[in-house]
Design a protein around this ligand. Structure first.
Ligand code: AMP
Length: 113
C-alpha cells in the first residue's frame, strides 16, 4: 500500500508544517483550519481508523490523546479546546490514516453537526 498523505508530509515528500514529533506520533497544521489552532496528531503507524484498531493499539491511542494535551498547552489553549476523531466516511473522515483533530482559539458550538 502506498503511504498516506500524512506520512508523505512527515517524510517531506509533500509540503506541510510539522509542529511535533516523537517515537510514536507526529503533528501537523491542518491545511484547511476550522479554528485559529487546528492541529492533527497522527501515529507513525498507518492505522486507517479507530474501528480498525485492536488491543495492541491501546497504548498508542492513549498516547495520541496525551500528546494532544501537550500541544494544547504549548498553544496556550488552557482548558478550552476540542479533540475530534472522525471514524469512517459517513462520519466525515476523508484521510484514512487515523488522526486526532485538536481545535481551539475560538468558542466552539455543540453539537458539531
Ligand atoms: P478527516 O476529514 O477527519 O479525515 O480530516 C482530514 C483532515 O486533513 C482535514 O481537516 C483536512 O483539511 C486535512 N488535510 C488534508 N490534506 C492535508 C494536507 N496536505 N496537509 C494538512 N492537512 C491536510
Amino acid at each position: 500500500m502506498s503511504d498516506s498523505i500524512f506520512t508523505k508530509i512527515k517524510n517531506k515528500e509533500i509540503p506541510g508544517n510539522i509542529v511535533y514529533e516523537d517515537d510514536q506520533c507526529f503533528a501537523i497544521e491542518d491545511i484547511n483550519p476550522q479554528a485559529p489552532v487546528h492541529i492533527l496528531i497522527i501515529p507513525h503507524k498507518e492505522i486507517t481508523k479507530v474501528s480498525d484498531t485492536s488491543s495492541e493499539d491501546k497504548d498508542l491511542l492513549g498516547h495520541l490523546l496525551y500528546v494532544s494535551k501537550k500541544i494544547a498547552d504549548r498553544y496556550d489553549l488552557n482548558d478550552n479546546y476540542r479533540l475530534i476523531i472522525n471514524n469512517g466516511a459517513g462520519a466525515g473522515q476523508s484521510v484514512f490514516h487515523i488522526h486526532v483533530h485538536l481545535m481551539g482559539g475560538r468558542s466552539l458550538e455543540w453539537p458539531p453537526g
